[in-house]
Structure formats: C-alpha cells, structure tokens
Design a protein around this ligand. Sequence first.
Ligand SMILES: Cc1cc2nc3c(=O)[nH]c(=O)nc-3n(C[C@H](O)[C@H](O)[C@H](O)COP(=O)(O)OP(=O)(O)OC[C@H]3O[C@@H](n4cnc5c(N)ncnc54)[C@H](O)[C@@H]3O)c2cc1C
Length: 349
Amino acid sequence: MQEKVKYIIVGQGLVGTWMSYYLQNKGLSYKIINHSQRPSATSVASGVMNPVTGRRMVQTWMIETVLPFAVDAYTSFQEKVGVPIIKKAAVALIHPSLQMKESFDYRLSHDNVYLQKNDSALWKSFFNTPFGTGEIDSCYWIDLIQFLASGRELLNENYIEDEFEIKDLKLVDDGIEWKNISAEKIIFCDGVHSMQNPYFKALPFAPNKGEALIVAIEDLPAENIYKNNIAIVPWKDNLFWVGSSFEWNYDSTNPSIAFKEKMIASLDSILKLPYQVVDHLVGIRPANTERRPFVGLHPTHPQLAICNGMGTKGCSLAPYFVLQLLNHIELGTEIKKEASIERFYHLLQ
Ligand SMILES: Cc1cc2nc3c(=O)[nH]c(=O)nc-3n(C[C@H](O)[C@H](O)[C@H](O)COP(=O)(O)OP(=O)(O)OC[C@H]3O[C@@H](n4cnc5c(N)ncnc54)[C@H](O)[C@@H]3O)c2cc1C
C-alpha cells in the first residue's frame, strides 16, 4: 500500500536536517531518505560561522541577515534537543605575515564591524606570534556532529536509511512516487550527489575538495578558534580540527599525504605545544563558481525542488535558505534572486 506524505527530502546533511526541522515545526508530513555511507560534507566540516572572509578580511555575502538568523535558528534547535549545539567563539588571529597584519590594521580603521585589537599575552604562550595577533568577533562554532545526531533523533520514524536512486523516482501529475511512498514534492538536499541528478545536473556545480586533520593538543584553551594560514578549531575534549585545503581540481577524493605534511609543517612553525595527529578527514563541498546557493523549483517539473550549493558557508546559509524555499512553496513568497535557480532556468528547461 502507498504511504502519502507532503514532502520527501533526499539527504540528511546540514540542509536536509534544517529542511526536516522546519517541516516538523510547520506540522507538515515528510519522509527523509539518507544513505549514511555516502560522503557528507557536513560530517567533516569545522562548523565555523565567521562574518569576514579572505585575505582582505571583507564581510561575507548577506552576513548581516544570515548570521543573526542562523544564531537564532541554532539556539532554538539547541533548546529543542536539550544538548549544546552552538557556541560563541572569537577567532584569535595569529597574523601569518606582515602583509596580513597590515591588511588587518587597514580593515580595523575602514568600515570595520567585526575586527578587534587583541594582543593578548595569552596567545604568546601557545603560539609563535612574530607579526602580532588580532581578533574577529561575532564568530560561532556549531557542533555539527551533535547537530546531525540530534537532528536524526528528532526525525524518528520519518527517517529512511536507503540509497536514493533516480530509477526509483516516478513523476506523476500531482506529485511524485518513490518506492511505496507518494508525495506532493521531493526536495533534493543531497549535496554533491545532485550533480548526477538528470533534472538538476545542468546547474553549474563546481565541487571543491577540503581536507582536515584531527589533532590532540593538551592545554590549548578550547574557548577560541585560532587562525593563521590554517584554522585550528575546537572539536571535542582536547581534540582540534586543523585545516583546510580548498581544491577546485583534484584527481582523487581520498585524503592526501601532501595535505597532511603541509598541516604538520604549519603546526610545527606556529604551535608551541606538543600535539598528536589522530585522524585525517576529507569532504567535497557542494560549491559553484558564483559562490551562491541553488534554491528553488524545477521550471518544468514543479514537483521537484533543490536546496544546494552552500559551498564553504553551509552553517550560516542553510537555515535561512531552507526556510526561504519552504515559504516559497507553502506561502508563495520570493526566493532571493541571487540564490534562486530561476537564474539557470534556461539551462534546466
Ligand atoms: C573540509 C571542510 C570544511 C568545511 N568547513 C565549514 C565551516 O567551517 N563552516 C561552514 O559553514 N561550512 C563549512 N564547510 C562547508 C559545509 O560542509 C557545506 O556547505 C555543507 O555541509 C553542505 O551541506 P549539504 O547538506 O548541502 O551536503 P552534505 O553535508 O554533503 O549532505 C548530503 C547528504 O546527502 C546524503 N546522500 C548523498 N547521496 C545520497 C543518495 N544517493 N541517497 C541517499 N542519501 C544521499 C549524504 O549521505 C549526506 O548525508 C566545510 C566543508 C568541508 C569539506
């Protein structure tokens, strides 16, 4: 017998978890299909929401809107599940060069909202700081492993552990059918797997490989995120996430020795504390060259939708754009133009 729901979601990463959370809050019926053996960018990400980016330390796209929205969203999620998910954690900048120090000093006195002077003696006991230090405020750390686990618990019987294959999807007049379930809409939140989806593969995805080491560092305070040429982010207990790489062109999706050696060389040059590498992670970011999300309904099959392309900023972008998509479907509200897939309708038709 066919089971009927309003929505099927494919993928329980950051995007799929937020999708299910908002559907549950709106009292709408859904099922979520996720194959936990499939690679997930969310499970290897450091979980940092940082309002400034790049060597010039400029504000990231839409940060004044998406950051407060995301902080409220993760705080509500945390209250609902009753375990810590979000933590405010300033980024301690250990300037890697004179040029970066000058860039920071320039930004401090020009249109600065988030940067602070911070020449704390504390950092000097943990790091070599020949070019001084600074600070970025209003940064947050999301415990993504806990977020995925708590999200999974909230799903209960709505969760289906299965591989989604396009051959099992049937488009019907008023919706879709997948195996023994029928739904009004199916929303693809399956990260880089959407690149193989015949309905959405024409979107200009540009997947990006990122690696990180998990490193045990005794006595390094876990209240801060540390940034030099590399980022050192609290993970759990005395473990820190150290990374990352950012590769548009790669031959293999495996962890690379070259990356590991590079991180070890960087740690050796800045860290004064002993450390031990305990793990090496790798993931593929669902990115694109425009660095803007892919959100919306398919132009000719409106029973199909996508929420993807979060790139390097999934933590801050996902809650906002997931809700934009649901409100668009349920209430007819607009999706922000730069994120809407309407800009690619000519490719999808
Ligand atoms: C090394 C690294 C560091 C990062 N650091 C940060 C950071 O600090 N801050 C930040 O904001 N972002 C960061 N990101 C980016 C962030 O991880 C992504 O933007 C975000 O996780 C994308 O989420 P998603 O839900 O779209 O995709 P994913 O997390 O990849 O989720 C896709 C889900 O779909 C499932 N799936 C795929 N195919 C199928 C199938 N056929 N059937 C069933 N299920 C399927 C997968 O199992 C997975 O659960 C980082 C990424 C990497 C790689």
